[in-house]
Design a protein around this ligand. Structure first.
Ligand code: GDP
Ligand code: IMO
Ligand code: MG
Length: 433
């Protein structure tokens, strides 16, 4: 089974980084197919904590790593990430960066920030990393791409052309400071020199790896409900986050994908604005946040916390075609005597549905209908097998499997790399589901 997509099944921060890091140890190539420095993947290895933004988690196990055409790259932030890992003794030589990926420029950051300010109460709650404006320019065919970094003259020319327009916007529309050409051209050339050795034809590289029978992982950033087409628009990110995005974001055909592993928390979080039917009201919100350490990796913002939403999760399974699920952070629920799980939504018409509403206004007004499962109220961090889990914890996992009709092959019981329980066949077997 050489090609597996690993995709967030909720609103991001499901623990994808940790799962990819684990599976990377059984793989040859790990590819990021969407997003940019709006992603934040925290990985614990021994006493060390790593926070990755652009880099696929395979970088920690020395695998070939790809940043695909569907990604956006902030050169300064990527250079920092590379320097940080090198300073900690990791080689970054096996990173391959698509020339077709788009570059986040300082005006994208400035516009993202200014536009959020202007929207006020209607803001999206973006990470303010310039993601939306960069993808907008890509679609508008005004973007600067990684391959433009290869030639200093072309790079300068493109910056000059773009700035002529962007500075007008910044000054006249947003009342923000303009970007200074000379200073930016010099800084961009510095970053370009650092990044040039990594630029490669990554579609070809991945195709060859697949032909050679190598195990390739496709790491999705964010989560399915943040997908630009199918997510909870407009409170979404600007890239395709569903598993299908792996094929366009890397440049391989859909027939090359063998399996799709969804990653979901045993509860739910959301950062930023937007409807959230199972958001917890009352002190349990804060309890889940504290126990789960639910603070954004990128922005440090408090994550909003809620109970598991199987309506949303079934929708994600549909959109991404999960063949298996990793259920993370089950340990966080150990503190609760009762665990509400949302199985249907009640719509304003009074109708109850287990299918995710197709229209924004229905989703906005949806009330969760819960089934309350018993908690286990004991720590599970020491379990070595799924069968070691308390009965109520196993029932919780089985409940998810039954509702999704997808096997749960991995269960997270702690943040550390080794705190994952796997169904029969071990961790590597979850790649073959
Ligand atoms: P990602 O964006 O999907 O990679 O997730 P983040 O890294 O942003 O957030 C997940 C957080 O949960 C990280 O701090 C992980 O170290 C942590 N984590 C992952 N899996 C588990 C788990 O099974 N239990 C606990 N307690 N923490 C986990
Ligand atoms: P990882 O990969 C959680 C959210 C932002 C905001 C919306 C749009 O760590 O799971 P953007 O800056 O992308 O334009 O913001 O999307 N968002 C995420 N939330 N985890 C992420 O990534 C996210 N990436 C974007 O909070 O609501
Ligand atoms: Mg994250």
């Amino acid at each position: 089974m050489p090609a597996t997509v690993i995709v967030g099944a909720q609103w991001g921060d499901e623990g994808k980084g940790k799962i990819v890091d684990l599976l990377a140890q059984h793989s040859d190539v790990v590819c990021r197919y969407n997003g940019g420095p709006n992603a934040g993947h925290t990985i614990l290895v021994g006493d060390e904590t790593y926070k990755l933004r652009h880099l696929p988690a395979g970088i920690l196990s020395g695998k070939d790593c790809v940043i695909g055409a569907g990604c956006v790259v902030d050169p300064g932030s990527l250079c920092e990430e590379l320097d940080g890992l090198e300073a900690r003794g990791f080689s970054t030589e096996r990173l391959h960066l698509s020339g077709n990926a788009h570059v986040v420029m300082p005006w994208h950051l400035a516009i993202d920030q200014a536009s959020e300010r202007r929207l006020g109460k209607l803001r999206i709650g973006t990470t303010r990393r310039g993601i939306g404006p960069t993808y907008a320019d890509k679609s508008y065919r005004l973007g600067i791409r990684v391959q433009d970094l290869l030639d200093p003259k072309i790079l300068r020319q493109k910056i000059e052309v773009a700035l002529a327009e962007k500075n007008l916007w910044l000054e006249r529309v947003y009342g923000a400071d303009p970007v200074e050409l000379e200073e930016l051209a010099a800084r961009s050339e510095e970053h370009a020199q650092r990044l040039r050795p990594y630029i490669a034809d990554t579609s070809l590289l991945v195709d060859r790896a697949l032909r050679d029978g190598k195990q390739v992982l496709f790491e999705g950033a964010h989560g399915t409900l943040l997908d630009i087409d199918h997510g909870t628009y407009p409170f979404v990110t600007s890239s395709p986050t569903v598993a299908g995005g792996a094929t366009t974001g890397i440049g391989i055909g859909p027939t090359r994908i063998d399996s799709v592993l969804g990653v979901a928390k045993a509860y739910l979080t959301r950062v930023g604005e937007g409807p959230f039917p199972t958001e917890i009201e009352g002190p349990d919100q804060e309890r889940v946040r504290e126990l789960g350490g639910e603070y954004g990796t990128v922005t440090g913002r408090e994550r909003r916390c809620g109970w598991l939403d199987l309506v949303g999760l079934r929708y994600a399974a549909r959109l991404s075609g999960f063949t298996a699920l990793a259920l993370t952070k089950l340990d966080v629920l150990s503190a609760f005597a009762e665990l509400p799980v949302c199985v249907r939504y009640r719509l304003p018409s009074g109708e109850e549905t287990a299918d995710f509403p197709a229209h924004q206004s229905d989703f906005h007004a949806a009330e969760p209908v819960y089934e309350v499962l018993p908690g286990w109220e004991e720590p599970i961090g020491e379990a070595e097998e799924l069968s070691d889990l308390p009965d109520a914890a196993r029932r919780y996992v089985a409940f998810v499997e039954e509702h999704l009709e997808v096997p749960v092959t991995l269960v997270g019981t702690g943040a550390e790399r080794e705190r994952v329980l796997s169904s029969s066949g071990g961790v590597a077997a979850s790649l073959a589901h």
